[in-house]
Design a protein around this ligand. Sequence first.
Ligand code: HSE
Length: 343
Amino acid sequence: MFAEPQLSPLPEARAHAPAQPPALRVGIIGMGTVGSGVWRVLRRNQALIAARAGRPIEIVAVATRTPARAAAMLVGAPGVRLLADPLHLAADPVVDVVLELAGGTSTARDWVLAALAHGKHVVTANKALLATHGEELAAAAARHGRVLAYEAAVAGGVPVIKALREGLVGNRILSLAGVLNGTSNYILTRMQAHGLGFAAALTEAQALGYAEADPTFDVDGTDTAHKLTLLAANAFGMPLRPDAVHVEGISDLQPGDLAAAAQLGYAVKLLAVARRDADGVQLHVHPALVPQRHPLAQLDGATNGLRVQADAVGDMFYSGAGAGGEPTASAVLADLVDLARLP
Ligand code: HSE
């Protein structure tokens, strides 16, 4: 008979083990595609994330317009409060971080300002909110000594904000060129590669959870312009001015246009471009013919990509899932782990 190997600490050692640091307590506003993605990934990878963050990250409250759906999801997690009013969540003393995933700009602005005023950090995926009210919100965060984090607002799961703020921080950025809207890229891919009509391709993108609740901004270029505005602020230190972006969308493109482009060796992509010239930095969003061998032409479906030209490192290219619940949750969790690691 062999003794069982002793893998867990002895009782004496346990008594002296440092206490587990308190969990980072998260309240989520909005339990749609991204909110439920965060819930699933956090539950699935809970131990791994806690080990990396140095403490657990727990969802303690949810504010939603669809309580029945949220309640079904939260079965088995009886400790999670379900609230009807996001302002109550923003003021709730059990919440350390407010995760704003509901979208929209005017009420979302109020929620974020309230959360910051109540001493919460805020994580958001809301590019429209940040592009239009980002400076006011950043000033409020600074005033209250809190963090406003938004990796998930640009390019879904591709960590391009971290790339600019961290990996490339020592570089002078020369230009940006990217595909930043998963819905429109999905539509263009389905039209060009499979001959689908615009409306049918949009319906598919909606069913796959890529499109906004109102997909107008996805297809008219506004969503891409919001994201470009955020990238340009990080890359060039520019003020957030979405109205300074020249924007053209994809709604007028016909399958025949895309087929003709393909015959000539081009993919049609909705590009976001920021380039320095003698007059400053010019920002454009428009459909463009991209040679098929170019990495941007090879981004299919909801994939996003960003090419960065920088003075020290040269050309960089980032790509990956640009929309959808779990890819966007991946970026949200990166921000949450950053917050959990704060001293
Ligand atoms: N509707 C957006 C898109 C979601 O399609 O890219 C991610 O921001």
